[in-house]
Design a protein around this ligand. Structure first.
Ligand code: E4P
Length: 215
């Protein structure tokens, strides 16, 4: 499973890049607004830090404007994946952009039927938001399993990008389910490596070694 960072913060992306374990980045208008910088400049800098797919979301909601904005974003860098919301106009825009060879991440997916439409429209990937479903007492991970089953049933090449991740456990569950990509905040990525028994075990090994008095 590919691991992406869900952030527009360059410091976090740089730290992730230094580890060499990050395959891509997803941004959204809220994350970009938090940084208060020029969107396109920021995208270029992200593309220079991580050599992988970088999702950049359109903010237009009308068909022609969405297509125009998607084309402009795609021109910023070869690694840009255009993010389009899962609304009817968005699916139409996805068809047009996909036919031009532009990779589209269809975002804000909350149901298997929506995911089916995204695949039929030619999306490169679909982003089901599992945390936001859990927030309203639905089962986000079940949605991932359902979408994967539908895509396998019909051999859709669209990848499932597990999004709106809130815990390290969800990352493991996404991998167990067979999700293709999982995007997460940097804080969750940092937690993936941690286990108290690892720290306790290492401390004991080092203490025992020291007691022996050998270099
Ligand atoms: C995905 O691409 C979105 O940017 C993101 O995962 C949304 O997560 P949130 O529900 O924590 O805002």
């Amino acid at each position: 499973m590919k691991l992406y960072l869900d952030t527009a913060n360059l410091k976090e992306i740089q730290e992730g890049a230094n580890l060499g374990l990050i395959d891509g980045v997803t941004t959204n208008p809220s994350l970009v607004a938090r940084e208060g910088r020029s969107f396109k400049e920021m995208l270029l800098e992200i593309c220079n830090l991580i050599d992988g797919p970088i999702s950049a979301e359109v903010v237009e909601t009308e068909l022609d404007a969405m297509i125009k904005e998607g084309r402009e974003l795609a021109k910023v860098h070869d690694n840009i994946v255009v993010k389009i919301p899962l609304i009817m106009e968005g699916l139409r825009a996805t068809r047009v952009l996909a036919a031009e060879g532009i990779r589209v991440n269809v975002t804000l997916c909350f149901s298997p039927a929506q995911a089916l439409l995204a695949a039929k429209a030619g999306a490169w990937c679909v982003s089901p938001f599992i945390g936001r479903l859990d927030d309203v007492s639905s089962d986000g991970m079940e949605l991932i399993r359902q979408i994967l089953t539908i895509y396998r049933n019909y051999d859709f090449p669209t990848q499932v990008l597990v999004a709106s991740v809130r815990t390290p456990q969800q990352v493991a569950e996404a991998a167990l389910a067979g999700g293709h990509i999982c995007t997460m905040p940097y804080s969750i990525f940092q937690q993936l490596v941690k286990h108290p028994l690892t720290d306790i075990g290492l401390k004991k090994f080092l203490t025992d070694w020291e007691k022996m008095g050998q270099l």
